[in-house]
Design a protein around this ligand. Sequence first.
Ligand SMILES: Cc1cc2nc3c(=O)[nH]c(=O)nc-3n(C[C@H](O)[C@H](O)[C@H](O)COP(=O)(O)O)c2cc1C
Length: 209
Amino acid sequence: MDLHNIREDYSKQELSQAHCHADPIQQFEQWLQEAITAKANEPTAMNVATVLDGKPTSRIVLLKEVNPNGFVFFTNYQSRKGQAIEQNPYVALTFFWAELERSVRIEGRIEKISAEESDRYFASRPYTSRVGAWASHQSQVLASKSELVAKATLIAAKYPLQVPRPPHWGGYIVLPERIEFWQGRPSRLHDRICYRLVEGVWHKERLSP
Ligand SMILES: Cc1cc2nc3c(=O)[nH]c(=O)nc-3n(C[C@H](O)[C@H](O)[C@H](O)COP(=O)(O)O)c2cc1C
């Protein structure tokens, strides 16, 4: 495969330090809203990087809430990512909105949200997703697909209407310490505005591309 000539020149918009909000969460909300409005593909999809046994590992999950404290997603606490987070509660998130030639990188500590908040979100999920959360021992080896389907059938028979939240399934919140906004620009002279949290105050600076 010859990949050498696959490249885009980015020119859609620019990002100036002066026009970025003082609060990076507000800046993030603005960019996420613009990605949704532009009908970007999977605008809430983000890469979550963790460290397990000293080695990085990453996967895509969906952002389900952003609030003044941070970024919330839901998963299986016993999954591979859950094990990594138990070992090392520092993670990195990356969003890429190709349609807007934009990326956001977030780094910070991660913690579980409260059981009540996880219950609330779990109850809002479609029935089959709630059944699936019980049926899937996420990241464990599965002998066959039919084993998973049989498990889901048993769970559905056990909980025909109300499905309680499995104790091993819930939300995490990433409490950001660093948030970077990247806007692609012509000739690879991209705009990068980076916020760092220093003693509770966000500092904003431009980085070299
Ligand atoms: C678009 C997309 C959205 C996903 N959303 C989630 C999610 O919200 N939560 C989740 O646990 N896995 C989600 N996954 C699956 C994960 O990428 C991953 O396969 C799974 O969480 C197991 O990862 P782990 O073995 O590293 O724990 C999503 C995958 C894709 C491609």
